[in-house]
Design a protein. Structure first.
Length: 411
């Protein structure tokens, strides 16, 4: 049974990590001269940075339903090849209209990755393991941002932004075949588990769902008050996360520095996020607390953004420390949050419900990426965008606080 942690989870982690590589390196391309070379205005750059999330939003639910009804393994295999090809194509395009299409379709092929991965995790990990397993999955985000910041800074400085995109699009295509070889949709299909272990695991997972009443269909799940509130809460959370992720290098570049220095500084918040995410997920699994651990993290992130706003542009290093805190706290509660979804939503519709929630997160990501880019361009400083992200996160924290008080028992 331990091979789930040494065989399956590392493959899942790397696959999800690679989906973050090409959604976040756009800001490095913009900072490295892409906008100047292609004559892209600030408004066009903001739209390009956020178009990914529009495609991600529109095709999330169909992809997740396919993953639940048919095969998450097959969906992600073709997704890895598709998003790798589109990511590399970003470095070959000279027409901004094609670049709009490329960014949009990149979002389309990645749209079902997170719901499909969470569906897969729910089939493989029990309640007492789920926050740690989900945190390890979502660690693909900050870990990728960490090494991507270093690699992208180096590639952009030495080979140019075009080769940066081309090179960073190749790993997902190669990794797709590793994924296909090692991942199975269900324990019963895994040749590396003994027959007794397969039966024991599936029986335990079925027992955990016994007290959750199935709903009739996806329409009933989508009308659930809990699902709608979770979708709105995640929408607000994602405004902060992706306003930060997409534009952090551009915000830091407002202070004169080289691309390599920019890469090192951009990596620091994600190193802090890795530590925070592992710590909160471990605490969640051992305490069996989910949502009560989420809202304090979001509130701290909001406070850090507001502190950066108050410091203005005159205290760079103090503001940077607060940005590190904000980044770490926005990522820290993902493990217990997604464990909560898997434990409180009926198994027969959990894929579609998570997709709906995550699609609203994608819409929030679009708002965050576009809004932060526009505000930074209009004002010439990140102050207004800090306020926007702080406001979204504090409202999300308040909603999460009340959801936590109504949380069903996970014991």
């Amino acid at each position: 049974m331990n091979r789930r942690w040494t065989v399956l989870l590392p493959v899942v982690f790397i696959s999800y990590s690679l989906s973050y590589l090409d959604r976040a390196n756009f800001s490095f391309g913009a900072a490295a001269g892409m906008a100047a070379d292609l004559h892209i205005s600030q408004a066009q750059s903001s739209l390009l940075g956020s178009l990914f999330f529009l495609g991600y939003f529109l095709f999330q639910i169909p992809g997740a339903i396919y993953a639940q009804r048919y095969s998450a393994k097959r969906l992600i295999f073709f997704g890895l090849i598709g998003w790798g090809a589109l990511a590399s194509a970003t470095g070959l395009i000279a027409d901004i209209r094609l670049l709009y299409l490329d960014r949009f379709f990149l979002g389309v092929v990645e749209s079902a990755v997170l719901p499909a991965m969470l569906i897969l995790q729910a089939r493989w990990y029990t309640r007492s393991e789920r926050a740690r397993a989900n945190a390890f999955l979502v660690l693909g985000n900050p870990v990728t941002m960490l090494w991507m910041s270093l690699l992208s800074g180096y590639l952009a400085a030495n080979l140019g932004w075009r080769m940066m995109f081309v090179i960073e699009g190749l790993p997902p295509i190669l990794w797709a075949f590793v994924w296909w070889r090692l991942v199975s949709d269900h324990p019963r299909e895994a040749s590396w588990l003994s027959p007794a272990d397969r039966t024991t695991l599936e029986d335990k997972l079925a027992l955990e769902q016994r007290d959750i009443t199935p709903v009739r269909n996806y329409a009933a799940a989508f009308k659930s008050a809990r699902v709608m509130v979770l979708a709105f809460q995640y929408f607000l959370w994602s405004i902060g996360v992706y306003g930060f992720v997409i534009w952090l290098p551009s915000i830091l570049r407002m202070r004169d520095m080289s691309m390599v220095e920019l890469g090192w500084l951009s990596a620091i918040p994600y190193l802090a996020a890795v530590i925070a995410e592992i710590s909160v997920a471990t605490w969640s699994d051992f305490s069996r607390r989910r949502m009560p651990l989420v809202w304090p993290c979001l509130a701290l992130a909001a406070a850090a953004f507001y502190g950066s706003f108050l410091l203005g542009g005159t205290h760079f290093w103090a503001s940077f420390v607060l940005l590190v805190v904000a980044g770490a706290m926005m990522y820290a509660p993902y493990g217990p949050y997604f464990a909560y979804l898997a434990e409180t939503l009926p198994a027969n519709v959990v894929g579609g419900a998570i997709a709906l929630i995550n699609s609203m997160g994608a819409l929030g990501s679009f708002v965050g990426a576009y809004g932060v880019g526009m505000l930074n361009g209009m004002t010439g400083s990140p102050g207004a965008s800090y306020l926007m992200m702080a406001a979204a996160l504090i409202v999300s924290a308040v909603i999460t606080f009340f959801l936590g008080r109504q949380q069903p028992s996970t014991r």
